[in-house]
Design a protein around this ligand. Structure first.
Ligand code: 5GP
Ligand code: ZN
Length: 113
């Protein structure tokens, strides 16, 4: 979608700190790092949110998530990780291209929760 910032990140029109990429999935550091290593995982196909996902797209995204989570564990050595996913404005979604937040946790006072 031409006016979607995440589509622009995927096709290189906007810069990002890439964490992972495969045929179907792209992952990059969130601009406003809630904690160190806060990463967004997105499908390369533009889908607004969970209500538009097909099982195939959902499968592709979730297949990549453990790989990305383990790469973040290796890189940042957190003690835990939250997966967060917002759908719709009321639910806190601000970018309308489906994404999963991977938020590494470091203990009390790490900035999240
Ligand atoms: P949401 O609130 O929709 O669940 O999450 C959207 C996330 O996208 C936010 O955490 C926000 O910081 C991040 N974000 C918004 N614009 C950009 C951008 O241009 N680049 C990156 N890397 N992250 C962005
Ligand atoms: Zn998009």
């Amino acid at each position: 979608m031409s006016d979607c910032i995440f589509c622009k990140i995927i096709n290189g029109e906007l810069p990002s700190a890439k964490v992972y990429e495969d045929e179907h999935v792209f992952a990059f550091l969130d601009l406003s790092q809630v904690t160190k290593g806060h990463t967004l995982v997105i499908p390369k196909i533009h889908k607004k949110n969970v209500f538009e996902l097909t099982p195939e797209i959902a499968g592709n995204v979730f297949k990549a998530v453990p790989k990305i989570a383990n790469a973040l564990n290796t890189a940042y050595e957190p003690i835990g990780m939250n997966l967060l996913q917002n759908n719709g404005e009321f639910a806190g979604q601000s970018v309308f291209h489906f994404h999963i937040h991977l938020i590494p946790r470091y203990g009390k006072g790490d900035g999240f929760g």
